[in-house]
Ligand binder design. Structure first.
Ligand code: ZN
Length: 134
Protein backbone atom coordinates (compact mmCIF):
# COMPACT_ATOMS: atom_id res chain seq x y z
CA UNK A 1 0.00 0.00 0.00
CA UNK A 2 1.19 3.53 -0.77
CA UNK A 3 1.23 5.48 2.50
CA UNK A 4 2.43 8.92 1.38
CA UNK A 5 4.61 10.90 -1.02
CA UNK A 6 8.09 10.44 0.43
CA UNK A 7 10.02 12.82 -1.79
CA UNK A 8 10.27 14.54 -5.16
CA UNK A 9 13.54 14.02 -7.02
CA UNK A 10 15.01 17.01 -8.85
CA UNK A 11 17.94 16.69 -11.23
CA UNK A 12 20.51 19.49 -10.90
CA UNK A 13 23.90 20.15 -12.43
CA UNK A 14 25.45 21.18 -9.11
CA UNK A 15 23.96 20.84 -5.63
CA UNK A 16 26.40 23.47 -4.37
CA UNK A 17 25.14 25.96 -6.96
CA UNK A 18 21.41 25.36 -6.37
CA UNK A 19 21.42 25.12 -2.55
CA UNK A 20 21.39 28.92 -2.06
CA UNK A 21 18.12 29.03 -4.02
CA UNK A 22 16.44 26.41 -1.83
CA UNK A 23 17.99 27.56 1.45
CA UNK A 24 18.09 31.34 1.07
CA UNK A 25 15.36 32.20 -1.43
CA UNK A 26 12.89 29.53 -0.25
CA UNK A 27 14.08 29.20 3.34
CA UNK A 28 14.25 25.39 3.33
CA UNK A 29 16.79 23.42 5.33
CA UNK A 30 19.18 20.87 3.86
CA UNK A 31 19.11 17.95 6.29
CA UNK A 32 21.55 15.61 4.66
CA UNK A 33 24.01 15.25 1.80
CA UNK A 34 24.75 11.70 0.78
CA UNK A 35 26.44 9.82 -2.06
CA UNK A 36 24.62 6.83 -3.59
CA UNK A 37 27.42 5.06 -5.41
CA UNK A 38 25.22 2.46 -7.12
CA UNK A 39 23.40 5.28 -8.93
CA UNK A 40 26.49 7.49 -9.31
CA UNK A 41 24.75 10.41 -7.65
CA UNK A 42 25.20 12.91 -4.86
CA UNK A 43 21.92 13.70 -3.12
CA UNK A 44 20.76 16.51 -0.86
CA UNK A 45 17.54 16.25 1.14
CA UNK A 46 15.52 19.35 1.97
CA UNK A 47 12.60 19.06 4.35
CA UNK A 48 9.23 20.45 3.26
CA UNK A 49 6.64 19.58 5.88
CA UNK A 50 6.18 15.81 5.80
CA UNK A 51 8.04 15.27 2.56
CA UNK A 52 11.44 16.03 1.14
CA UNK A 53 12.95 17.39 -2.03
CA UNK A 54 15.81 15.16 -3.17
CA UNK A 55 18.32 17.11 -5.22
CA UNK A 56 20.30 14.78 -7.47
CA UNK A 57 23.68 15.58 -8.97
CA UNK A 58 25.56 13.16 -11.22
CA UNK A 59 28.98 12.07 -10.00
CA UNK A 60 29.87 10.46 -13.35
CA UNK A 61 28.88 10.96 -17.00
CA UNK A 62 27.49 7.40 -16.80
CA UNK A 63 25.00 8.40 -14.10
CA UNK A 64 21.30 8.22 -15.01
CA UNK A 65 21.11 11.85 -13.82
CA UNK A 66 23.82 12.96 -16.27
CA UNK A 67 21.86 11.30 -19.07
CA UNK A 68 18.59 12.87 -17.90
CA UNK A 69 20.07 16.39 -17.81
CA UNK A 70 21.68 15.95 -21.21
CA UNK A 71 18.28 15.06 -22.66
CA UNK A 72 15.92 17.28 -20.64
CA UNK A 73 17.99 19.85 -18.77
CA UNK A 74 17.61 20.39 -15.02
CA UNK A 75 14.21 19.84 -13.46
CA UNK A 76 11.76 17.46 -11.83
CA UNK A 77 13.11 13.92 -12.25
CA UNK A 78 10.88 11.55 -10.26
CA UNK A 79 8.19 11.22 -7.62
CA UNK A 80 8.72 8.73 -4.80
CA UNK A 81 5.91 7.03 -2.94
CA UNK A 82 6.55 5.51 0.44
CA UNK A 83 5.04 2.01 0.55
CA UNK A 84 4.58 -0.36 3.46
CA UNK A 85 5.73 -3.43 1.49
CA UNK A 86 7.89 -2.72 -1.54
CA UNK A 87 7.94 -6.33 -2.74
CA UNK A 88 4.17 -6.70 -2.91
CA UNK A 89 3.80 -3.18 -4.37
CA UNK A 90 6.18 -4.09 -7.22
CA UNK A 91 4.38 -7.39 -7.76
CA UNK A 92 1.05 -5.58 -7.96
CA UNK A 93 2.37 -2.98 -10.48
CA UNK A 94 3.93 -5.72 -12.58
CA UNK A 95 0.70 -7.74 -12.56
CA UNK A 96 -1.06 -4.62 -13.89
CA UNK A 97 1.33 -4.59 -16.85
CA UNK A 98 3.60 -1.81 -15.60
CA UNK A 99 7.22 -2.08 -16.74
CA UNK A 100 9.65 -2.18 -13.83
CA UNK A 101 13.12 -0.69 -14.11
CA UNK A 102 14.13 -2.63 -10.99
CA UNK A 103 12.56 -6.04 -10.48
CA UNK A 104 14.52 -6.28 -7.25
CA UNK A 105 14.68 -3.29 -4.88
CA UNK A 106 18.12 -1.92 -4.07
CA UNK A 107 19.49 0.26 -1.28
CA UNK A 108 19.05 3.94 -2.09
CA UNK A 109 19.69 7.07 -0.04
CA UNK A 110 18.91 7.07 3.71
CA UNK A 111 19.31 3.26 3.77
CA UNK A 112 15.88 2.80 2.22
CA UNK A 113 14.94 0.07 -0.21
CA UNK A 114 13.97 1.62 -3.53
CA UNK A 115 12.80 0.53 -6.99
CA UNK A 116 11.67 2.44 -10.05
CA UNK A 117 8.81 2.01 -12.52
CA UNK A 118 9.53 2.85 -16.13
CA UNK A 119 8.16 6.26 -17.26
CA UNK A 120 7.05 4.70 -20.57
CA UNK A 121 4.39 2.75 -18.68
CA UNK A 122 3.57 5.44 -16.08
CA UNK A 123 2.48 8.15 -18.52
CA UNK A 124 5.76 10.01 -18.40
CA UNK A 125 6.38 10.14 -14.65
CA UNK A 126 9.44 8.27 -13.44
CA UNK A 127 8.01 6.67 -10.29
CA UNK A 128 9.92 5.37 -7.30
CA UNK A 129 8.68 3.15 -4.50
CA UNK A 130 10.64 3.31 -1.27
CA UNK A 131 10.33 1.60 2.07
CA UNK A 132 12.27 1.00 5.22
CA UNK A 133 14.57 -2.00 5.06
CA UNK A 134 12.90 -5.09 6.46
ZN1 ZN B 1 14.26 9.28 -5.05
Amino acid sequence: MITNVDHIGIAVRSIEEVLPYYEKALGLTCEKIEFVDSQKVKTAFLKVGDLHLELLEATSPESPIAKFIKKNGEGVHHIAFHVDDIHSQLKKASAEGIRLINEVPFEGAKEKLVAFLHPKSTHGVLTEFCSQKD
